[in-house]
Design a protein around this ligand. Sequence first.
Ligand SMILES: Cc1ncc(COP(=O)(O)O)c(C=O)c1O
Length: 460
Amino acid sequence: MPVKIVLNESEIPREWYNIAADMPNPMQPPLHPGTHQPVGPEDLAPVFPMNLIEQEVSTERWIRIPDEVLDKLLLWRPTPLYRAHKLEKFLNCPVKIYYKNEGVSPAGSHKPNTAIPQAYYNKVFGVKRISTETGAGQWGSALSFACSQFGLEAKVYMVRISYEQKPYRRLMMNTWGATCVPSPSTETEAGRKMLAIDPNSPGSLGIAISEAVEDAVTSEAQGRPLTRYSLGSVLNHVLLHQSIIGLEAQKQLAQVGDYPDIVIGCAGGGSNFAGISFPFVRDKIAGKQIQIIAVEPMSCPTMTRGPFLYDFGDTMQMTPLLPMHTLGHAFIPAPVHAGGLRYHGMAPLVSQLILDGLVEPRAVYQLETFTAGVTWARTEGFISAPETNHALAAVFQEAKKAKEEGKEKVILVNWSGHGLVDLAAYDAFFQGKLVDYEMPQDEIELALKALEGFPKPNFS
Ligand SMILES: Cc1ncc(COP(=O)(O)O)c(C=O)c1O
């Protein structure tokens, strides 16, 4: 039985899969915050290039991947699918565990799978500069890499606490030629407003998104080169680009004659989870028996405790209202180490699939995730990103359950990124400095109060 199941370059998928074509209940439309009417492409035009807006609203099942994008993706794709033989032996449970190694990209995670096409479509549209936000720096570094590949300028607003505590990703961005500033910054109206309220604000993803969107929409008026905004998760076109992960995994599993009983991914905004799982959700809609699990932190329990409502994607209320599981746009999550999972909302497509019972959300404690990550490193060898460790914790839970039930199962997990730039988090774990944190119900209710006058999604 092989350790690595690899595809030739010629076997790379040539089309992305769009789940919007197959959902039993379509996603409800994003709404204009002023009129409460569905937003049209022209409302989004100051923020995104039209070719990406077309993908955002498309219901075509298959969308061709441009050759120029494939050419860049081939730098690290197809990624290997591993059989976790050593972990299986260690766990001694009746499971086969396969993992898709997305840590082999230049930035070290799945994020370049969408950064590359986004940079490409912006370039084709005539955009010269892209603004974005980043939490712990994974997305900012991926976009910086992609912009350098296409000769575009990149401006990254990085959540201040990470900017100060995690210099290495910022240095990766600088190495790829991007400019990175701590958010809240003095460079935007949104940043200045936040600093006036709290000069020591640690920042949040919601605030950094507000700054990056403002940067894009005010660029022309302020004499900067033509700029559009780019988001590394949540939106439909991002999830579409990530579908290449699951499409490759399907081909690889077919090579060894296997098919998963369980598919697992961690979920911050939902992109790597969607990437590995949506091609399998398609099979589930068509009748396959398969369990599909999205894993989040107990400290930011968007899917497991946040209601499905219309809410803003950012703190300063600049985005359209999105139908999603949310903890409220004003929610500032506890500073756990999985920075990429500290977002108040969840991708509308993932949220809808949860409502429809096709995706099962699960929350795990921080200490359990690091315990899983350390065991993984000591068996499989790879050191995982703290975000990825959430998915691994669920793998361990499912393996144990299979043993208790006496059932043989095949588990597929997305190994979304390596943790080589996150070793300070492992250090804190080894020193016993990490704690388990569960969000108090009254804090969630308080943050949700801000949504009281908003339109409500349809549940029929
Ligand atoms: C390695 C890794 N995994 C997962 C995530 C979560 O993001 P998403 O839910 O969009 O995949 C991040 C976000 O930064 C990440 O860096």
